[in-house]
Design a protein around this ligand. Sequence first.
Ligand SMILES: [Zn+2]
Length: 320
Amino acid sequence: MSLPIIDNLEIWEVTEDILLIHQKKVPFLFSCCDGLLILPKEARNKKTIALDLNIEPKYIKNLNDIYGPVSNYVCTHAHIDHTSHVYAWEQLGVNIHAPTPEANYLLDLRNFYRGFGFNETLEYSTIEKFGKINGFHNCNYINSFKSGETLKFENLVVETISFPGHSRSHVGFLIPKEKVFHISCLGFDKPKPEIDGFGPWYGFKEASISQYIEDINQAESIFLNYAKFLTSSHSYIVKNPDTTPFEYMRTKINENQKKVDNALKISNSSKLSEDEVVSQLLKMDIFFPKKKLKDFLFEIYSLWESWIIRKHIQRSNQFK
Ligand SMILES: [Zn+2]
């Protein structure tokens, strides 16, 4: 199949009728994620289906002109890089699906604010600015499903796989017949084999490192046993039996643990409370160089990093 050339988009064939789409330049760091287009195939689906393809509205329109009409769109979880432009699919008449309870976060940014616990430390105006810089707009209606449920669009079967270490509703997609496994935002974020990203992301109160490690193990077993191709929200396509994604994610978590353990050694923290240790380590900028960040971004990054640090401190106490 010859692929269209659209400025600022990369389009890869995962199989002959499943495409992985990536927007190259983005308005802000958390405004887009890569996703899949399942093109029509006889006896499977007459209309195209989009899986977690959150890119700017003009590109959504381009793709819909070429491959549409798109009948259904499935979102994997409600972090803003997966929700900001979903409204543009909805405006084209696409049915939007998302896992509960995060499905509600697409309807109102205040649900996102409260749902992820930002309200415990930040003003709503901080999250409003964050939504705006990433192009977020509300959707009007979401069909919600339970993480782990199997979805069917005409004869296309999409199994959703629950990966709650990242966020409580977070799912991957297994398309068993096509042997395609999309692990979504699990943490394989290498744009190219030679370039590293941040790795697994657990900068929220509800995220869990031990659950994360279970999710990675489960994803590896699904990939090796049931899939030929692995895709994710921020990376290149991997072919079975390449286990790079899983080794990368485990290594990143171990490296993060080492960063926190080393910082604990030099911070002389034995007499301090956990909160005091977290704020001391936060000032050391061990994960994000926050000094250059201004107002609302400084606040958001500090909140994320404080949870990453806290989870590693708890983990290191657990193994003492
Ligand atoms: Zn995410």
